[in-house]
Structure formats: C-alpha cells, structure tokens
Write a protein that binds this ligand. Sequence first.
Ligand code: ATP
Ligand code: MG
Length: 404
Amino acid sequence: MRFPFKQAAQLLDQLITHGFDAYIVGGAVRDYLLGRPIHDIDIATSARPADVVSLFKRTIPVGIDHGTVAVLSGGKTYEVTTFRSEAAYEDYRHPSQVAFVSSVDQDLMRRDFTINALAMDRTGKIIDLFNGQRDLRMKRIRTVGCAEERITEDPLRIMRGMRFASELEFTLGSSECHAFRKQAALLKNISIERVNQEMTRLLAGKAVTQALRLLFETQCIHVLPLLEQADAKEVLDVHFTVLRSDAERWTAFLSALGIKDSHAFAKAWKWSNRLRQQTARLLDLLQLRKAQAWTREAVYSAGQDNANAADRVCAALGMISQSSLADRECDVRRIWEACPIHSRAELAATGNEFKQWANKRPGPWLAQVISELEREVVNERVKNETEEIRLWFKEWSTQQKEQF
Ligand code: ATP
Ligand code: MG
C-alpha cells in the first residue's frame, strides 16, 4: 500500500532518520481505511518528548506527562506521542502511571478498540495485532482484550464505544454489550464534561437511534445525570438526522424525554453557556410552535435561523413532516422579509428621543414603550418614521395617564 498521509510523511521521515520508530496511529488509520474524512493525524513514536521537541521547529508541549507533544507543520497540528502503556487507572480519570515502552506493539495494546488500535508505517503497511481490519469490514466495535477489564480500567470507553457505533454505523460485539451493561454504574466516576462530549457526538452520528437503543438496552443511560428515569419510548422515534446543530439535537432529545428544565440539565451536564442558551431558546420556540403557526411577531422575535431550527426540531419530533421543511423555510423567509424592521436598532426613534418627548427620566416605562412600539411597527400599525412614532407616543402617553 502507498503511504497516503503526504504531509505527515515529513514528520515520520524526520523521526526515522534520527533513529526512532514512528507510525500513524488510531483514528486517522481507521478513517483512512473506511474512506472517511480524516480530522487529525496522531503519530506514535519511540522518541521521547524531549527528543520530539528538539527535532521539530514548532512544538507545543500539550501533554508532556503523557508523552504528547503537538508538532506544527504545514499549517497543521500533529499529536506526536511516545509509545506508552497505561498501567493502572486510579481514579477512573487519569492513568495513575504512564510507562514509556519501546515497541509500537505495546502501545497498540493500551488502545480502546480494535479499530482504533491500527498503525501504519512509512511504507503504508498496516500493523493490526487485534484483527481491527476484520472488525472494520464487519462494522463491529470490539475492545482490545477482555471487554470487562478494559471497561473497568476506563469506563469512558462505554461512551466512546456507543459514540463510535453512532458515528460509524457499527454494532457492538456481544461481550462488549455484556460488559457495558455489567459495568454501567462505573460511568458515574467519569467527568461529566467528557461524557457530555461523547454524548453530543453520539447524537450527531448517522446511527444515533441505534446507539441510543444500546444506551437504553445496556441501562447505561440511567446512570447519567438527570436521566435516571429516562424512557426510551419517544426518544427512539426522533429523526435526529434532520437536525443541524448540537442545540437542535439536545432540544429534540430533552423534549422527547419530557425534560422541561433545560437549565438544570445544562448545569448538571456542565454545558457551555452558548449551548445552554441556544437549547433553552429552542425549547421555548418549540412550545410556541406547538401552539401556533409562525406569525410575523414570532418570526421577528425568534430570528430567521432560530425559526428554521425550531421547525427542524418539530420535524424531528414528528410534529410536522420532513418533506414540508423546505416549504416552511420559504414561508419563514417570506414572513421575515415582510417585516419592516429586523431588530430594535432599526427603529426610527431612540431612547433619547423618547426621554425628550416625555421629558421624563428613564425607567421601566422606556423598555415598555420600546417593546410596544416594536410590536406596532412589526405589524405595520405604526410606520417606522420618527414623526409617526412621535405622534404614536403622544397618544400612548395620554392613554397611560388615563389608566393611572
Ligand atoms: P476521533 O478523533 O474521531 O474522535 P480517534 O480514534 O482519533 O477518533 P481520539 O479520542 O482522538 O479518537 O483518540 C486517539 C486514539 O487514542 C484512539 O484512536 C485510541 O487508539 C486512543 N484512545 C483514545 N481514548 C482512549 C481511551 N479512553 N482508552 C484507550 N485508548 C484511547
Ligand atoms: Mg482523533
């Protein structure tokens, strides 16, 4: 086989000419053999981190303790890691000791799944000690060595296994399934950030429903925060693949499970603020959308992208048909384009003008005026022109005085 990683070849050559062993390992080899896009290239080498730092011009010591140095070359970053074995996992989070070893074989043994334990040498030859290529052909996730031991060592592998099943459309081997079920409770020991990362990727995979079914069948789902009572019924009917963002997928997931308090969920799962806000917004829009079709006011306040996202979530939940989504996008665009303004900043009167007209100090009245005016302008009951707005405001002030 030809060596397919052209840019990385220079890095391997540099290591090899200095007497070290070096291989492309892990995901890059797996994805290359599957014909999938390759994200990042990991290199395993007999060179120690200090050697790696001295052999390359631009390096970042990203994980020296674990033997990893990032090497920047040709605009890309490569993780170069010294061959190592991982002896024991003390706290389920970090290997308690990392021992550097001399051969790639030993390095491959510590890897999680057979499909991730493949290495390619500089000639393009594949080193496959655990029948990883057979598992790639059979679309199967199997651990390197005894499933139960490998899961006990690092229970995050349960989530990784499910995530790979989803992304690659693979199934789990039977002893892996059995081990996942038996050791499910150990997932409690894993940092929620890492679980969240895997779950977010699982939800974005092509075979997400299959993977979610595995999560339920193995009971692993019930170990995860706030999912103790999760019921598979509706979640397995969600059409996740119409969704385009993590927020859309989490919104559909929470909604199908009947979880309303997304803020509590976001806190327990340590979501980023961005994901928390987007998901809360989409859940609100979903409620609105359940109650009514898009009005001009609703599209104006949601924004075009959010309105479309909410429609996709509706389609994922089977509330509207997937085939109608394109038409709905057109409808939303038409409504949006018909709005006389697209944000508060476009109003032809500012807070200062209202203060002058009213001859009053700013206060809660100002926010109320602006939001009422927005509604009037969006619905074309008031023209977005300063003089028209002034007249409307005069009337509004009179009415307010009459009311109080
Ligand atoms: P992707 O980048 O698509 O997530 P990947 O296989 O490259 O897939 P990484 O998390 O980048 O996954 O890890 C790189 C390699 O390190 C894996 O292919 C695997 O060999 C090894 N690895 C990663 N995490 C673990 C783990 N928890 N236990 C054992 N080996 C692991
Ligand atoms: Mg990777």
